[in-house]
Ligand binder design. Structure first.
Ligand code: ATP
Length: 250
C-alpha cells in the first residue's frame, strides 16, 4: 500500500519557545481516514500545517504524496460577496495548474458536480449569509475538494455546528470520502466523532506532543458495546493526559 503522509521522528518548536511536537512518527496510507485527538494546545493544528507544508519541521522528515493537501477549518471562510457556485469556481481557477480544467465551461460543469456531491445544487446561487451554518460547511468542503489535492486536512470542521447538523455532515463526509478516495486527516476534540469517522485514531500528548495511543477502528467497532468500550478506553487515556497537565480538552 502506498503512503500518503509519512512523519519520521518529527520535532517542531517555534523560535525560542518550548518544543511543541517531539519525535512524532506515523504513516498514513493513501485513501485512509485518520482522526487526531489531543488536549487543547498539544500541537494538532501545527501537525496539520506541516502536512500542508505551511510550517517546516525543526527535526526529522516529512513526506507527503505528490499533489499535497487541501485544508478545511471550523470557520468556512467563504468570500461573502460570491455565491456558493462562485466560491467553488474560484477554487477551481486557483487549482488550474493541478487539474486540467482551463475552460470556464468545464469549470462550471465541475463546480456543478461538486455542488451535487455536497447536495447543494439547489442553493448554487446563494451567498454565504443566505445559507445555514451546515450549508456553508458543505460549500467549504466542496471548495476544498475543488483544489484537487489527494489529501484533505480537516481541523475541527464541524465543531461549531449543532449536534443534528454535525451528525448529518458526518454521514455526508463518509459518503464523499468513499466516493472520492481522498486521504483524510481529521482533527477533533470529540472521541465520539473520532471513533465514528476514523479508520484509525491517533492520540497526541501535550507539552511536547507525541503519539501516545493508536487505535484501529473496524466496522464492527462502530456500534453497540464494542463502540462504547472503545470510546471509554480512548476517553480514559485522553482524560489522564489532560489531567497530567491540569488542563482541559477543549
Ligand atoms: N506560529 C506560531 N508561533 C508560535 N507558537 C505557535 C505558533 N503556532 C502554534 N504555536 C504554539 O504551538 C502550540 C500548539 O498549538 P496548536 O494550535 O498546534 O495546538 P492545537 O492542539 O491545535 O490546539 P487547539 O486544540 O486548541 O486548537 C501552542 O502552544 C501554540 O501557542
Amino acid at each position: 500500500m502506498n503512503e500518503a503522509v509519512v512523519f519520521d521522528a518529527v520535532d517542531k518548536s517555534f523560535a525560542a519557545g518550548p518544543e511543541v511536537l517531539s519525535q512524532v512518527s506515523f504513516d498514513i496510507a493513501e485513501g485512509e481516514f485518520v482522526c487526531l485527538l489531543g488536549a487543547s494546545g498539544c500541537g494538532k493544528s501545527t501537525l496539520l500545517s506541516m502536512i500542508a507544508q505551511l510550517e517546516r519541521p525543526t527535526g526529522g522528515a516529512i513526506e507527503v504524496t505528490e499533489g499535497g493537501a487541501a485544508f478545511m477549518f471550523q470557520d468556512p471562510s467563504l468570500f461573502p460577496w460570491l455565491t456558493a457556485e462562485q466560491n467553488i469556481m474560484l477554487a477551481l481557477r486557483l487549482a488550474e495548474g493541478r487539474c486540467q480544467i482551463r475552460q470556464r465551461k468545464a469549470r462550471r460543469e465541475r463546480a456543478a458536480a461538486l455542488l451535487d456531491l455536497v447536495r447543494l445544487s439547489d442553493h448554487a446561487g446563494r451567498r454565504p449569509h443566505e445559507l445555514s451554518g451546515g450549508m456553508r460547511q458543505r460549500v467549504a468542503l466542496a471548495r476544498a475538494l475543488a483544489q484537487e489535492r489527494p489529501v484533505m486536512l480537516m481541523d475541527e470542521p464541524f465543531g461549531a455546528l449543532d449536534a443534528i447538523t454535525r451528525s448529518l455532515l458526518h454521514e455526508e463526509l463518509l459518503r464523499i470520502w468513499r466516493a472520492t478516495g481522498r486521504t483524510v486527516v481529521f482533527v477533533t476534540h470529540s472521541v465520539d466523532e473520532a471513533v465514528h469517522l476514523g479508520q484509525r485514531v491517533l492520540l497526541l500528548s501535550s507539552r511536547p506532543g507525541r503519539i501516545i495511543g493508536e487505535w484501529e477502528v473496524e466496522e464492527q467497532d462502530r456500534e453497540g458495546a464494542r463502540r462504547a468500550g472503545l470510546v471509554d478506553e480512548i476517553t480514559e487515556r485522553l482524560r489522564n493526559e489532560v489531567g497530567r497537565h491540569g488542563g482541559h480538552a477543549n
